[in-house]
Design a protein around this ligand. Sequence first.
Ligand code: FES
Ligand SMILES: [Fe+2]
Length: 362
Amino acid sequence: MVREYGRTISEGPTPADAAGAPALPYPSGWSALAFSHELRPGTVLTRPLAGRDVVLYRTATGVLRAVRPYCPHLGAHLGLAKVEGEDLTCPFHFFSFGPDGSCVRTGYGTPPPRSPLTQLPVQEANGGVFVWRHHDGRDPDWSVPRWHEIGHRPARTAAWELAGNVQEVIENSVDLGHFATLHGWAKAEIDGPVAYDDAKFHVAMRAHESAPLMGDFTVDVKVDGYGLGCLHADVHTPRFGLRMCTMVMPTAIGPNRMQFRQLNRISFDEPGRLPPGLARLVSRTAARLLDRPVFRSSCEFTAADFPIWHHKQYQQPPRLASGDGPIGPFRRWAKRFYPEAPGRTAVTRPHRGEGEDSAVLS
Ligand code: FES
Ligand SMILES: [Fe+2]
């Protein structure tokens, strides 16, 4: 999202209000910091979460760990560390730490001190790596479940960084009105009330779309949300036999700043009128040929929201109107992820200078 400073000054939003304090604090729960494929054995990655670095690493046998970044010895950043077998070795004085976080070796051959790394809860699900953070320091009391892997092709992934808060990304799924206005659906209907259950919610929708040469068709969308960091959307277009499974993962990295990850898989229904072997071939060939364009189209759909999120403020209370989705109940549910009611707590933010606009990460 590159700002076009060549345009006349009266066009488009400017960053003038960006130095203001964000309206929402960091939400608690699981946040995606990486895709699983980024963390092969031996990899060390540093990722931001809620204003602090988290170091992720995977040992030679595949054990995944998330730790606070500073070495307990003299504070070197462990994003510069190396995985050696099952241990993480600090680059400064070569102290090594085992998978349980304890110091197992010094670089001097002397007895290791009893000063462990600070480990953070980490889980892998559906191709995402999630780290737990709670404002009151509690251990995880829910998790992101594993779900189906549709199709036979590897998942496609993308990540972006932009301004905004993660709640508004998740809120998007119940903002029924914007699917027609911003995304161009001819009509969107919500299928029953949104079901909230502790840290989860479920909503089903049907979209009516129309395209040149293809005419009218419907798209069935089932969305499951897990906290304010993960959405699972199953999108089925019966007319074309297309199924798309999407995982959307917004992560708060700093005040009013987020990274946004998306992972997609697709499959095509096997045509029932064909013999099984041929039906399978048709389904797989369609997936192979259309995997990339469908992913591109899905990313374009998602990216239609980016300029909105990047420049908007959190409007509380919103001035809702007939035709909006059930945003009020969603906001009441979302309060559980904050230390106190949104709008009453603000975190200070540094001045946002030029050059901090979004960048594609992968
Ligand atoms: S600072 Fe890490 S070993 Fe000394
Ligand atoms: Fe799915």
